[in-house]
Design a protein around this ligand. Structure first.
Ligand SMILES: [Ca+2]
Ligand SMILES: [Ca+2]
Length: 171
């Protein structure tokens, strides 16, 4: 007699991927949380790169530094939420040594990158030393782009989230 054993499917794994994990309680108002960090998309105040860097630094944050595909995806998805096709400043620059891109706050080299098609193309204009998230219309999405630092884009600030949010006055 043959025994047919059925192995119950104990765990049904439903893989969903939104790339967005809101942990708002750990972030200040209007900041969006993802994987231990909080991000502010300052969509009403486009400014040049230096002003964007200063704006974030003034709050004790940094102009966003994207280290992973997951973080990049989170930033891109959130940028799309605002439904305008525009640019956002990222915290990268090659102003110190043209062609050598670093994250300006942490002073570390860019390891992960997501350059748009043909970017960085500063070799053609020789004055694009600041990194932004730029909407490539033909691709219907955002990519990284080296751009003129005096252009006006929207800052994205980043700072670590605090479990419980106590330092932000929220419990
Ligand atoms: Ca980061
Ligand atoms: Ca460019």
């Amino acid at each position: 007699m043959r025994m047919i054993s059925r192995i119950p499917l104990l765990s049904l794994v439903v893989a969903t991927f939104s790339g967005i994990d809101y942990v708002g309680a750990d972030c200040p108002n209007n900041w969006r949380g993802y994987s231990g960090n909080c991000y502010l998309f300052l969509t009403h105040l486009p400014m040049n790169w230096q002003s964007a860097w200063d704006y974030c630094a003034h709050m004790g944050a940094k102009l966003v530094e994207i280290e992973t595909f997951a973080e990049d995806n989170f930033i891109k998805q959130n940028a799309k939420d605002f439904h305008f096709h525009d640019c956002f400043w990222l915290g990268g620059s090659d102003a110190v040594l043209p062609g050598v891109w670093i994250w300006a706050t942490s002073r570390s080299h860019l390891l992960y990158t997501n350059w748009g098609p043909g970017e960085p193309n500063h070799i053609h204009s020789d004055n694009e030393h600041c990194l932004n998230l730029y909407y490539f219309t033909g691709y219907n999405t955002y990519f990284w782009n080296d751009d003129v630092c005096d252009y006006h884009c929207h800052p994205i600030c980043e700072q670590p989230s605090i479990p419980g949010g106590s330092i932000f006055g929220r419990r």
